[in-house]
Design a protein around this ligand. Structure first.
Ligand code: CAO
Length: 416
């Protein structure tokens, strides 16, 4: 069966997480992704956080499935010549080097356009043009600079970063969308173009509701759905809202049976207005229904803490899964706090291909997150990550190099 991106060739000059997450997605959609790695060591993540000596780490294997790998010293003249051939043959070059690294290597955007005017050159950088554009950036720096950390955590604690890799993988997903748009535009213009996704911008995009709240705060000085209201005065900037919901429906994390020993025995509970009556009945607080203090979302706002405490007295008597079953019968929105262990063992995620077990010649079987985006006409088959330089011969011979040329390149250390 053909795939959505069959026939597209991606020169994957990415490393660590943000770029590889983007190119892995393109590979799942069927593109031929050729990962170009430094001769000798390869992507630094191959050896980071290793759980099995000498085997590519899970950090690497879970971000580089479905790709081919070649090693190339692109600072050597012969290596540059190979890269030039690749640039001519590929549709998209994706890179996430430190600012200026590609220019220093001799591959400015102008040079790339000379080599291949149809080339789409897609980059992840930490910051867009401005005071920080030359900075090297990792995940948590982006979370801090993009507004996530200042708005995450509890009011009386320090800023917090989240476990979701919104700076790295989040930016990689933004970049993939930019590449898709550029490929579609190329069909009419015949030209390539540059695509830039800055990590600060991507995080801010995901924190859009907090910029919404900043403007509400500027105008009114108060945000009644925040846990600070009505007891704690608001300052000038959006405060950390703990586990309060970011939308118009109040929510909170509540303890469930077993919370004393299980750190994940909690449920997220949303006091959605249309099901208020059902909530009161389920938890046995019918008297709230006749009480004007609890009659509307607005009158309930000053009582949210005590409302959630009362609901929690009920949730504490049930496991998170029992609470889920009972509340869902009444369409009361809620979600169990699932541990990574529970998610890894969840059969339905295996059934949909969102969690996939892959076999690797060195490390054996491992779990990876499969394609979260399902296309009915382009099913994803997740395959293992390549060994370092596994496709040197295959790719170089496709580029027209003979066996003797390849042997020379190897003996000169251009490939490894
Ligand atoms: N052959 C020869 N040299 C190569 C090469 C190859 N195949 N591939 C890379 N290099 C060189 C680069 O040209 C660069 O050389 P110079 O510094 O001499 O120009 C050098 O390797 C190091 O590249 P780098 O600066 O990108 O790598 P780093 O480890 O120092 O920094 C990172 C890593 C992620 C901070 C930086 O790449 C960056 O800021 N990237 C943009 C933002 C980003 O994607 N961050 C998220 C990463 S995921 O957490």
């Amino acid at each position: 069966m053909s795939k959505a991106l069959s026939g597209y060739r991606i020169l994957d000059f990415t490393h660590v997480q943000s770029g590889p997450a983007c190119t892995q997605l393109l590979a799942w959609f069927g593109a031929d992704v050729i990962k170009v790695e430094r001769a000798g060591e390869g992507d630094v993540t191959r050896s980071q956080l290793r759980d099995i000596p000498e085997a590519d780490s899970l950090y690497f294997t879970m971000l580089n499935g479905n790709k081919r790998s070649i090693t190339l010293n692109t600072k050597n003249q012969k290596g540059k010549a190979v890269l030039e051939k690749l640039i001519k043959e590929c549709d998209v070059l994706v890179e996430n080097f430190a600012p200026g690294a590609l220019d220093r290597m001799g591959f400015s955007w102008e040079r790339i356009q000379e080599l291949n005017p149809k080339m789409i050159m897609a980059s992840v950088k930490g910051f867009g043009p401005g005071p920080y554009e030359n900075c090297k950036v990792y995940e948590n720096v982006a979370q801090c600079a993009g507004g996530a950390a200042s708005t995450t955590g509890f009011d009386d604690g320090p800023p917090l970063v989240t476990g979701a890799q919104i700076g790295d993988t989040g930016t990689g997903m933004h970049l993939a969308l930019g590449i898709m748009a550029a490929l579609i535009q190329r069909q009419t213009t015949g030209r390539g173009q540059r695509v830039l996704a800055a990590m600060q911008d991507a995080v801010l995009n995901l924190c859009r509701v907090k910029l919404r709240d900043q403007q509400r705060l500027d105008r009114t000085g108060v945000m009644k759905e925040y846990p600070q209201y009505p007891d704690t005065p608001f300052g000038e900037a959006v405060p950390r809202a703990g586990n309060a919901s970011g939308g118009g429906q109040p929510g909170s994390v509540l303890k469930c049976k077993g919370w004393e020993t299980d750190p994940n025995a909690y449920i997220y509970f949303i006091a959605q207005a249309p099901v208020w009556e059902a909530i009161c009945k389920v938890i046995g607080k019918e008297e709230w229904l006749a009480d004007p203090e609890y009659a509307t979302p607005a009158t309930r706002l000053p009582h949210l803490k005590s409302i959630f405490a009362t609901v929690e007295e009920w949730t504490k008597t049930k496991t998170k899964f029992e609470v889920m079953d009972i509340l869902n019968e009444f369409d009361i929105p809620c979600g169990p706090i699932l541990s990574m262990k529970e998610i890894a063992e969840e059969q339905s995620l295996r059934d949909t291909g969102t969690i996939v077990e892959v076999d690797h010649p060195v490390r054996g079987k491992y779990l990876t997150v499969g394609n979260p985006i399902k296309l009915s006409d382009s099913p994803t088959e997740v395959t293992r990550s390549p060994l370092l330089g596994e496709h040197n011969e295959e790719v170089l011979s496709q580029l027209g190099y003979s066996s003797a040329d390849i042997a020379d390149l190897r003996s000169e250390g251009v490939i490894s």
